[in-house]
Design a protein around this ligand. Structure first.
Ligand code: FAD
Length: 235
């Protein structure tokens, strides 16, 4: 019978998005090793279009943990344009006790920076990890199994599993329902995001009016790229 390679590490992080990468970097700052298992390719993770703003608390966190370099070079952005019934207002986060300004950073640019910094620091990030499954997560030594990009089945034993694979990911689904209490209110809407070949707005823009809510922000397609987001009814 083929032996499944078995490793051991303090923390296995499922998901190499912005939260998994940040968790790994923070753990590394404390001298704690981790392995990140990400099911997508590196190229996919680094180009996935999503958020555009890192708000001041997150900026402060990166700086306080010595990770300010991942935000270096991105413009500060304390202004948000809010339009209500067509009336425009510029909101600012420039409050005296904030201590750090928010930044305009496309999420994929932040992810690229975190991937580069983690790998340069000797971090263990495994892309194209398929069939990730959690075993014994109520025990002292849980095991995470997966299939690597060469099709080899693998197992990693650990002290902790950090589920950073989103609220619909395998991690949340693996937690026994008897130890969780999920509080959710379904408003019957979800987001529709459109990547448009249109001039980006000067400031991140949010608008509310008779016909609902929409947002407009810069995207990663040069100066002309922007995304428009609007909630859509699901029922
Ligand atoms: C249009 C839009 C605009 C937004 N704007 C903002 C904004 O301006 N500011 C802001 O702070 N937030 C914003 N957000 C929210 C922000 O994008 C999310 O909060 C963020 O992506 C969450 O990061 P995450 O790492 O938890 O999850 P994700 O980014 O979803 O990463 C999860 C990772 O887990 C991987 N994964 C999933 N399942 C598995 C599995 N079984 N095995 C291994 N890996 C797996 C995925 O491939 C992915 O890489 C916006 C979101 C959208 C959609």
């Amino acid at each position: 019978m083929t032996q499944v390679p078995h490793e051991s590490v303090p923390v296995v992080i499922v998901g190499g998005g912005v939260s998994g990468l940040t968790a790994a970097m923070l753990l590394r700052s404390c001298g704690i090793n981790s392995v990140i298992l990400e099911r997508q390719t590196r190229a996919r993770v680094e180009e996935r279009q999503r958020a555009g703003l890192v708000e001041h608390r997150a900026v402060r966190m990166f700086e306080q943990w010595g990770l300010g370099r991942v935000l270096h070079g991105f413009p500060s952005n304390n202004l948000l344009e809010v339009r209500v019934d067509g009336q425009s207002r510029l909101l600012t986060e420039d409050l005296p006790d904030i201590g750090a300004a928010g930044k305009s950073v496309l999420q994929q640019a932040l992810v690229r920076g975190l991937v580069a910094a983690f790998l340069a620091d000797g971090g263990d990030l495994r892309f194209e990890a398929a069939d990730v499954a959690l075993h014994g997560i109520d025990s002292d030594r849980p095991v995470v199994s997966y299939t690597d990009r060469d099709g080899q089945a693998r197992k990693i034993e650990c002290d902790f599993v950090a589920g950073c694979d989103g609220d619909r990911g395998i991690s949340a689904a693996s937690i026994p329902s008897v130890v969780t209490a999920v509080h959710r209110y379904d408003y019957g809407i979800h987001w529709l995001t459109v990547l448009a070949d249109a001039p980006a707005p000067r400031y991140a823009l949010m608008a509310a009016g008779e016909r609902g809510y929409a947002a407009h922000s810069r995207a990663d397609r040069g100066p002309a790229g922007s995304t428009c987001t609007s909630p859509q009814r699901t029922r």
